[in-house]
Design a protein. Structure first.
Length: 539
């Protein structure tokens, strides 16, 4: 990719782009020619990851009135998602208009069937090494990006699964997060730590009024340092082998010899063009303190923040001038994963506090979308606000890999997959060993064995290396947790991924436009409606 983006480089093929018009293309029939290319988007597609239809409808969120647009058409509704009802497969269905059986994104995590079990196990804890389900290059078939660009539209994607890829011909970016860490550092010595399995070292020296914290790489080359006062979060920003990383560093306590460091949840920013956002791309992406105390993880700091998504989207608009912009906010999903159990199964003040916190995250996202619409300043802007899935409470985690270990097959077999479906991988397993693993694990966990016919029925490919050697299916309120220390654990959690027959998995849509548009009934309708919106924005 080139270092910068200009109108001659982004969007339509170079041979036609100089006409500065929306051209009739093979992907979208009927697109008229001759209008001037606008300097702002005509269509804004916003995904509120995990957005619940009843919450969005209750408050009239993302309506034309709330967004400050003079549009006569504004509708809110529910739409059916796909199975697994999780981020990667749902987004792939959204942008492709097809089911996972065709686009091949069968879960938030899966493999291709030709990897060794050792290779799979070696990268299980690294989100960067397991990011392929979210990349456009992993999805089979074409997408709305292809049809829009064939019709002459310039597009850009901010934090949008299945449209992001480091090799995309339009600007796209994505972020992944690393868990928070608590470090103990002896003063004037160094302690090793890792970020996504990349090794670094941290040292601390004491001074008047605070501490000097320095981070070096494995060659002892300094990559970051700062003066930090006790209890004051300071943002760390460092380069990594694949992108820019940001997190907050807080000195939480100290003795004469030792300093205690809280390294908050961090954000790694990946992009198709590192030069577009520059070396400070991740700056401001992570929250300085834990966001959901009393939830599933008391140390999770929201990342990326809704304000960072808004700021990044605004920069992308300024620097790429897209006709259609795709933006995803995933903070509601995080809030619900941490607090939904308390909100719907808890009691008293704890339940009220959890519900109010979740609602406040929706409000914050809506406020950022309102700002983005105002910044775009296009009174004819079409805004499609969508979610990819719902949420449900979870009270049991199950690790099928414990059964594999008990059978003495851990070196040749491993389960991976999504919340409610587990795929068995093991290229060298015999058919008898596969049957033994699936049968024993089904008995131990209560999960159902799923054959090819059932996979096809629920929208997954019945015969594909991606589904491995076999699959197990869980119902609602239970979830596979592939790294759990034991077979079973009682939890108070929440997740997506359950079957679409459960109403709580439904996705949401809120559309506002200066003309009437079809309301999506299913998430696979979204591609067609985005294309219709682009067609209708022409003269």
């Amino acid at each position: 990719m080139s270092a910068g983006y200009s109108r001659s480089q982004v969007g339509a093929p170079p041979a036609t782009y100089g006409l500065s018009s929306r051209l009739r293309g093979p992907g979208i029939p009927g697109k008229v020619c001759g209008c001037t290319v606008p300097d702002t988007p005509s269509v804004l597609v916003v995904c509120v990851d995990g957005g619940l239809p009843e919450v969005i409808a209750r408050w009239g969120s993302f309506s034309s009135r709330k967004l400050g647009l003079p549009h006569p058409f504004s509708v809110v509704g529910r739409m059916a998602t796909v199975f697994p009802s999780s981020t990667a497969p749902a987004h792939a269905s959204m942008v492709s208009g097809t089911l996972p059986s065709l686009h091949g994104i069968i879960g938030n995590r899966f493999w291709f069937g030709n990897e060794s079990v050792g290779d799979i196990r070696n990268v299980l804890s690294n989100p960067v090494s397991t990011l392929h389900p979210y990349r456009a290059s992993c999805r089979l078939g074409d997408s709305v990006a292809d049809s829009l660009r064939a019709a002459g539209a310039r597009i850009a994607a901010v934090h949008f699964p299945s449209l992001f890829d480091e090799r995309s011909e339009y600007f796209s970016m994505y972020s992944v997060y690393s868990p928070a860490q608590q470090l103990s550092v002896i003063i004037d010595e160094t302690v090793p730590f890792t970020i996504f399995d990349w090794p670094y070292r941290m040292s601390v020296t004491a001074g008047r009024g605070g501490f000097t914290v320095e981070v070096t790489d494995t060659d002892d080359m300094p990559v970051w340092d700062a003066q930090i006062r006790l209890g004051s979060p300071t943002e760390l920003l460092i380069p990594t082998p694949v992108g820019r990383f940001a997190a907050h560093v807080t000195v939480t306590g100290a003795s004469r010899q030792e300093v205690f460091i809280f390294l908050g949840t961090g954000t790694l920013v990946l992009s198709s063009d590192d030069n577009l956002l520059g070396p400070s791309a991740a700056w401001g992406s992570s929250s300085p303190a834990p966001s959901y105390p009393g939830g599933v993880d008391d140390f999770f700091c929201e990342t990326p923040s809704e304000n960072w998504v808004f700021t990044t989207a605004r920069q992308v608009i300024e620097r790429t001038e897209p006709d259609v912009l795709f933006v995803r906010f995933n903070q509601a999903d995080h809030a619900q994963e941490h607090l939904f159990w308390q909100a719907v199964r808890g009691a008293g003040e704890a339940a009220v506090t959890a519900r109010n916190k979740i609602f406040s995250v929706y409000d914050a996202i809506e406020a950022r979308v309102q700002e983005l619409v105002a910044d775009i300043g296009n009174p004819n802007l079409v805004v499609l606000t969508l979610s990819d899935h719902g949420i449900d409470y979870v009270e049991e985690h199950l690790n099928p890999n414990v059964v594999v270990e008990d059978l003495g097959l851990a070196e040749r077999a491993v389960f991976q997959g999504d919340s409610n479906i587990a795929f068995l991988y093991g290229p060298s397993l015999t058919s008898r060993e596969v049957d033994s693993i699936l049968q024993t694990t089904s008995c131990a966990t209560g999960a159902s064995r799923v054959g090819s016919a059932k996979l096809n029925k629920i929208g997954l490919p019945g015969l594909s290396p991606r589904v491995g050697r076999g699959a197990l299916l869980l119902g609602a309120h239970r979830e596979f947790s592939y790294g759990l220390p034991g077979l079973h654990r009682t939890v108070r959690s929440a997740s997506h991924g359950a079957g679409i027959e459960y109403p709580t998995m439904a996705a949401a849509s809120a559309i506002t436009a200066p003309f009437e548009l079809e309301r999506p009934q299913r998430i696979t309708d979204v591609r067609r409606i985005v294309e219709q919106a682009w067609i209708r924005t022409g003269p």
